[in-house]
Design a protein around this ligand. Structure first.
Ligand code: AMP
Ligand code: ZN
Length: 215
């Protein structure tokens, strides 16, 4: 099963992607996580994308596509995968089509998580994550047991640079101008299912499972 998750920054795609991945036993491929990993490891790629990511802009299509093509060349994608945060532009969607077509595969479903902008901004600004294990919290919706510390390893939680208010605005703009049109791109092929992105992660997962079961 090949799934693409759409929705604005802060729509909860990452959380859902992890839950769906566990539920269906297929890998979760997040280009944002991959870029953050490169940044954290200080690789050449990481250095190249650091400034643009921190400011809330989009990494170039060439760099992003290349990284995804590599990832989709690995064996663990054979029974399917979930794309979270990719594609984000029409050029990326077309590139993905090419990669899949050459592999004789196709997207099964595009899940579009629907949330309004105000809610999204509140979700993003309260988001904190663990720099060590990647666990994600929210200061009010999903707080850690000890304020400011990861439940799993007690590491001090941080706010991503791109989650800071000045950069959130840029990300919302990038989303509206470059990514939102992908919904129509995929809807034209009958692939899109809209899912209400407001509610608990478990409730949204239940709605997602219904969609995937064709109910
Ligand atoms: P995310 O965690 O998905 O919000 O991604 C964090 C940041 O990584 C984005 O704001 C972009 O700078 C970069 N990024 C992630 N995925 C892509 C993509 N598909 N195309 C371009 N840039 C991306
Ligand atoms: Zn942690």
């Amino acid at each position: 099963m090949i799934l693409v998750l759409l929705g604005p920054p802060g729509a909860g795609k990452g959380t859902q992607a992890k839950l769906i991945a566990a539920e269906y036993g297929i890998p979760h491929i997040s280009t944002g996580d991959m870029f953050r990993d490169h940044k954290a490891r200080g690789t050449e790629l990481g250095k190249k994308v650091q400034a643009i990511m921190d400011s809330g802009g989009l990494v170039t299509d060439d760099i992003t596509n290349e990284m995804v093509r590599d990832r989709l060349g690995r064996a663990d994608v054979s029974s399917g995968f979930i794309l979270d945060g990719y594609p984000r532009t029409t050029a990326q969607a077309e590139f993905l089509d090419g990669v899949l077509t050459r592999a004789g595969r196709k997207i099964d479903r595009v899940l579009s998580y629907e949330v309004d902008e105000e809610l999204v901004v509140e979700r993003i600004s309260g988001r904190r994550s663990c720099p060590k294990c990647g666990a994600v919290y929210h200061v009010s919706q999903n707080p850690p047991k000890v304020t400011g510390h990861c439940d799993k390893d007690d590491t001090g939680l941080v706010q991503r640079d791109d989650d800071k208010p000045e950069n959130v605005k840029k990300r919302m703009h990038e989303y509206a101008s470059k990514t939102a049109p992908l919904k129509a791109f995929y809807a034209g092929r009958g692939l899109v299912s809209e899912i209400d992105g407001v509610g608990s992660p478990e409730g949204i997962l239940a709605a997602t499972k219904m969609v995937l079961a064709g109910k």
